[in-house]
Design a protein around this ligand. Structure first.
Ligand code: SF4
Length: 564
């Protein structure tokens, strides 16, 4: 009712989605209606709506075909695909074609995603390779080729020796009973037996560190939140994976959704939270559908709600959809997004464990970090920590894509070398470089495949694990154009809040453009400019986006000798 909606600014993003879903765009009338219901000033709501790439404030066709033109897809021929689709689906076709940053479908490159208004969940995904298939996908969902099962992305799906992927492709993702039959909810039972402090001790002893890129010790983060006296505490699961080349969290949510529900329940219990937000990437309709179903089923069966497992502990999960903004993967930007503001990062301190979501103590973890808690509790911390290296315990999911025969998500113990990871994926002849960590990561050369995949090993080698992207490029891929694509990505995604990043990402793209087009006679001068701008971005940007926007380009110049 209108009463409850008043002053619920946090309902603005779901409201914008509801309108955008119904007709494909947001009219002025609809926006004003939302503003009245939620008591949000129209100018502010406009500022929020225009912040996100998935919303349109101008009329557009009811179906939008997003064609990925990002790194892995560009290397697989997205340019031709895009041009072909645009030629076929012109004005009057009823389909709007939009060139998109990474859709998280890298294992199916070149990828396209059709989103039909009025039918937000039943979207079709295609791994077209052909213009024909993409056009069919956009035109009629039933005529589209059936989507390959999510597990096609996971070469090792269902291998019982695997810690994180063992159930993917084995359990029916829609069935809670099946999840329980495969060991589900054993970890939560153990958590209740240990008590919150015992769970935190176990997670600390396991050596688990965050898998989102920053590698912060999870137990320490949980302890810091748990010990804050002010209430309520919140749990936020960051499922906004939008680092180009990353799709592992999607595979988990599509293939083993109850695992995330259980892991969030444990994290909340340990840190004293009774509400958890799952912030899910807007471009993941199938994961959204599966997670909604899993949350509903768990609630119906007393595994969420007022009395979880009959233990007198109350916890529930709210799902929020992102709307196409890379920067919302930054934890404080994500809080602003949930609260109904533009997804702009906040300055730190204060840190989220003190003042996070709605200004309250908040623990924020990504999907992969959280699901690691299940094996830690069922097997015990010592057994968990026996895998990997002392500095990087457990296993890691890697998203392998690009110039390989079998792209997909691979789970390996930390310490596996880059070469050993790539081997089962089938590297093609003429490997030139591997991008580690995505657009915010860095390139390594084809003769550096003995780098051990650990946090300390990659640091020592002067590169980064980042979020687990491993993108291979053979010598047919035009590197300078790839770098230009990365630079354009950062320029597009910068929120513009701070000067070094807002101006630096533009300057970086301009310099690379001059080098690629050879319009400036002086490549050496442009490279010097790139270094200067890069240093300013790294040192003076507020958030990780600006701080990492120069990493990949720098590594291409210094390690690969690009433009030499
Ligand atoms: Fe925004 Fe870039 Fe500054 Fe981050 S570094 S706050 S993305 S302008």
């Amino acid at each position: 009712g209108g009463r409850e909606a008043r002053d619920r600014r946090d309902l603005l993003l779901p409201g914008l989605h509801a309108v955008n879903d119904r007709v494909g765009w947001i009219s002025e009338g609809a926006l004003n209606y939302l503003c009245r219901r939620l008591t949000v000033p129209p100018a502010e709501a406009y500022g929020v709506a225009t912040f996100y790439a998935m919303f349109s404030l101008r009329p557009r066709p009811a179906t939008v075909l997003h064609v990925c033109t990002d790194l892995a897809c560009a290397a697989a021929g997205a340019g031709d695909l895009c041009a072909g689709v645009e030629a076929r689906l012109g004005p009057g076709s009823g389909v709007a074609v939009e060139r998109s940053p990474c859709l998280g479908l890298c294992e199916r490159a070149p990828a396209a995603l059709a989103v039909r208004s009025g039918d937000p969940v039943r979207t079709a995904v295609s791994a077209p390779a052909t213009v024909e298939a993409a056009v069919r996908t956009a035109g009629a969902p039933d005529a589209a080729p059936p989507e390959p099962p999510a597990v096609a992305a996971v070469p090792q799906a269902g291998d019982p020796s695997l810690t994180l992927l063992g159930r993917v492709g084995v359990v029916d993702p829609a069935s809670l009973d099946d999840y329980r039959a495969h060991g589900g909810y054993a970890a939560l039972r153990r958590a209740f037996a240990l008590g919150p402090a015992g769970v935190i001790r176990e997670v600390t002893d396991s050596g688990l560190v965050g898998r989102g890129g920053a590698a912060f010790p999870t137990g320490r983060k949980w302890q810091a939140t748990a010990s804050r006296p002010d209430r309520p505490h919140y749990l936020v699961c960051n499922a906004d994976e939008s680092e180009p080349g990353t799709f592992k969290d999607r595979v988990i949510m599509e293939g083993d959704p109850y695992a995330l529900v259980e892991a969030m329940t444990i994290a909340a219990y340990a840190t004293g939270a009774h509400t958890g937000y799952l912030y899910l990437r807007g471009e993941y309709p199938r994961a959204l559908h599966r997670m909604r179903h899993a949350v509903d089923r768990a609630r119906a069966r007393g595994l969420l709600g007022d009395d979880v497992l009959g233990q007198g502990y109350a916890f529930d999960i709210e799902i929020r959809r992102g709307a196409g903004a890379y920067v919302c993967g930054e934890e404080t930007a994500l809080f602003n997004s949930i609260e109904g503001y533009r997804g702009e990062p906040r300055s730190k301190p204060p840190f989220p464990v003190e003042k996070g979501l709605f200004g309250k103590p908040t623990v924020e973890n990504n999907v992969e970090t959280l699901v690691n808690v299940l094996p830690i509790l069922t097997r015990g911390a010592p057994a968990y920590a026996a895998t990997g290296t002392p500095g990087s315990t457990g296993t890691k999911l890697f998203c392998v894509s690009g110039s390989v025969e079998r792209p997909g998500v691979y789970e390996v113990p930390f310490g596996t070398t880059l070469g050993a990871l790539l081997e089962p994926a089938g590297v093609r002849e003429g490997l030139r470089a591997v991008l580690l960590g995505g657009a915010a990561g860095g390139f390594v050369r084809a003769d550096e495949l003995d780098i051990p995949l650990t946090f300390e090993g990659t640091r020592e080698a002067g590169t980064t694990l980042g979020s687990g992207v491993v993108m291979a490029f053979d010598d047919t891929v035009p590197l300078p154009r790839l770098l230009l694509r990365i630079a354009r990505f950062f320029r597009d995604e910068s929120c513009g809040q701070c000067v070094p990043c807002r101006v630096g990402t533009v300057r970086q793209e301009e310099a690379l453009h001059r080098i690629v087009e050879r319009t400036g006679a002086d490549a050496a001068g442009d490279i010097a400019l790139l270094r200067e701008v890069g240093r300013a971005m790294r040192d003076a940007s507020i958030c990780g986006l600006g701080q990492t926007a120069w990493n990949a380009v720098e590594s291409a110049i210094d390690r690969l000798g690009a433009y030499a």
